[in-house]
Write a protein that binds this ligand. Structure first.
Ligand code: ADP
Ligand code: MG
Length: 612
């Protein structure tokens, strides 16, 4: 007797549901995606008990007639593709015809739907996958779908559901993302009869983000506009340098309107942010990629969360470039904010103004012109880092010798502040933070982080031009490495040389170290080289070769930058600030930590209770 039997339809649907319907949030995702595909301009979602007792999605989309409504509950019934060929150019969010039958098989399901032309609608009740009743109904055009008692017939699944609050927060997160992805659709979210949020339809993504997250949040973001070639467009918003999160929750990417999780693009983001992101942190991104649908496969994941690009490297590069340009374009704004003159405040006792010597002034004037040139440029795409002019001020490093006996004393000169010198240095706090005054209030600069950024950019520009100066070892060292490392080093010898490492194959997995970068001070160069190779190798899977040198530098500048307790003289502080403002990314150190913090008057006033 045959051992193999076809599963009854309901069971087959439950099996399929196991992949598609994980929890209330996945039901909401599928239903909302259907509403979006149906051209709705308003979608209302209501849940009770975290969606475990009720999930209701109502839209004003095209609706279905009676036959379609019945068909939509069959497995593999879809209006979105017709043939296998269509699978290669999907423009809708759904395409498998699986969601409705799957959902209907694991709950008490109700659908009420009506097309805009019809005089009456259709209402269908389904119980655990079996149709209970079909009747005419009289609701507004559009579709209502209600899923009650989710997983009532799958106790094993139900056990995995979390608390009401946890499930609600998953649903809410899912909806917020869909709302960000589709600003022209109005969204309403109700939980246990309380309105949680309401987002009116809008033309602009900025408005949608402001409506959902507030103006302050939007302030932290930069707009992306990048079209590297026909058939590929990147837009949206990303967090400014130094703005990050400890989870991926706000690293949001849409590909042709579909929310996706894609490793290629995550690498692109990381590479684009690079030194502007702290280790272990994730950027905030609301990135939209529009790409020819024929060059991306969306049919790879049960919940359609993943996509595969035909040319992943190109997409990754485009993402990295878009991020890099956007971050650089922010520089003009920063330098303006930080260099705006302090407001004259007649009632307050002002610190001694700073006199800028004549020779310094000319340098400053030159730099301001360069700043202005850059900030106008920033509206059009900014050239990549290596084609930007190197600022003369950032070439000679800040003298770092500490002067223990003489902490900084403002020069006793009362002449006016030079108009070019737009920041006023007030003093130093805790031998680490430089206090400055600008138009908006107080600016704090971390002298160590600032110096790291300056050194980093100096070395990087050297590496990109003539190469980092090498310090030849008097007696060359040899180091034994694994065969894999050996191959890797041989392949990358040229790049390593630009970074100042002169390594020669010595046969039998042995390397000869002839020279190391001048900035690279180490008691045991052989061990240091070995560690470095380990680290670089693990990084190059996620980082391009171009960025490899930057990693070496970022890792080492920290040791050479001025430290928290190094006391600087006034001209040194001034120089440090000036060099910092001339950097490409002045606002964060090469590890992504901020270099400067602005504490505005309004914040101070709030803290002192002068303003609520
Ligand atoms: P898919 O979205 O992959 O086509 P679904 O099972 O989610 O599969 O839906 C099946 C079909 O039901 C859809 O192709 C669509 O024609 C119809 N449908 C589902 N939801 C709606 C809705 N909210 N409004 C109009 N039609 C819908
Ligand atoms: Mg669908």
């Amino acid at each position: 007797m045959s051992q193999i039997k076809l599963l009854p339809d309901e069971v087959a649907s439950q099996v399929a549901a196991g992949e598609v319907v994980e929890r209330p949030a996945s039901v909401v995702k599928e239903l909302v995606e259907n509403s979006i595909d149906a051209g709705a301009s308003r979608i209302e979602v209501a849940i009770a008990q975290g969606g475990m007792s009720v999930i209701r999605v109502v839209d004003n989309g095209i609706g279905m007639d009676r036959d379609d409504a019945l068909l939509s509950l069959e497995r593999h019934a879809t209006s979105k593709i017709r043939s296998g060929l269509d699978l290669a150019r999907i423009c809708t969010l759904g395409f498998r015809g699986e969601a409705l039958p799957s959902i209907a098989s694991v709950c008490r399901f109700q659908m009420a739907t009506r097309t805009h032309q019809a005089v009456e609608g259709t209402e269908i009740l389904v119980n655990g996958g079996k149709i209970d009743s079909v009747q005419a109904s009289g609701e507004a055009p559009g579709t209502l779908i209600e899923a009650r008692s989710l997983f009532y017939n799958l106790p094993a699944r139900r056990k995995f559901l979390r608390s009401d609050n946890t499930e609600t927060s998953h649903v809410q997160h899912q909806l917020l993302l869909q709302a960000i992805g589709h600003p022209s659709i109005g969204f309403v979210f109700v939980r246990d009869r309380d309105l949680v949020f309401q987002a009116p339809p809008t033309k602009s993504l900025a408005d949608r983000i402001r409506d959902l997250r507030g103006a302050e949040f939007l302030e932290q973001l930069l707009e992306v506009q990048f079209e590297p070639r026909e058939g590929l467009r990147l837009s949206g918003f990303i967090g400014r340098a130094g703005v990050s999160r400890s989870t991926k929750a706000e690293q949001v990417i849409f590909v042709n309107g579909r929310l996706v999780d894609n490793i290629t693009m995550q690498h692109g983001l990381r590479e684009g942010y690079h030194t502007a992101l702290m280790k272990g942190q994730y950027p905030i991104t609301f990135l939209f990629i529009e790409i020819d649908p024929e060059t991306v496969d969306v049919n790879v994941h049960p919940a359609k969360r993943e996509v595969r690009f035909h040319e992943p490297d190109k997409i990754r590069d485009a993402v990295a470039q878009a991020v890099q340009r956007t971050l650089e374009s922010d520089r003009g704004r920063w330098s303006q904010v930080f260099q705006k003159p302090a407001k004259p405040v007649p009632d307050r006792v002002l610190p001694q103004p700073v006199r800028v010597p004549q020779a310094e002034q000319s340098v400053l004037r030159k730099e301001r012109i360069e700043f202005q040139a850059l900030s106008t440029e920033s509206r059009t795409p900014v050239p990549p880092i290596n084609s930007l002019p190197v600022h003369s001020a950032s070439i000679d490093p800040v003298p770092v010798d500490p002067i223990p006996e003489s902490p900084w004393v403002p020069p006793a000169d009362t002449s006016e502040v030079s108009p070019e010198h737009q920041f006023k240095i007030i003093g130093i706090l805790g031998k680490l933070y430089i206090l400055m005054e600008n138009e908006q209030g107080l600016v704090l600069v971390d002298q160590h982080a600032a110096h790291e950024r300056i050194l980093f950019e100096q070395l990087r520009s050297q590496m990109e031009s003539e190469g980092v100066p090498t310090q030849r070892l008097l007696i060359p060292l040899t180091v034994q490495v694994t065969p894999k490392d050996y191959d890797w080093i041989t392949i990358n010898a040229e790049a390593l040389e630009k970074m100042g490492f002169i390594l020669e194959p010595f046969g039998d997995s042995t390397l000869k170290i002839d020279g190391i970068p001048q900035f690279f001070r180490s008691d045991d160069p052989a061990l240091a080289v070995r560690h470095l190779v380990d680290e670089l190798r693990s990084m190059t899977t996620t980082t391009s070769r171009l960025r490899m040198g930057e990693d070496v530098i970022a890792k080492t500048v920290c040791r050479h930058a001025i430290k928290a307790n190094d006391q600087l003289r006034f001209p040194e502080i001034e120089r440090l600030i000036k060099d910092l403002l001339a950097c490409e990314l002045p606002y964060c150190c090469p590890h992504g930590r901020p270099t400067m913090i602005q504490m505005g008057y309004s914040e101070l006033e709030k803290k002192f209770g002068r303003k609520v």
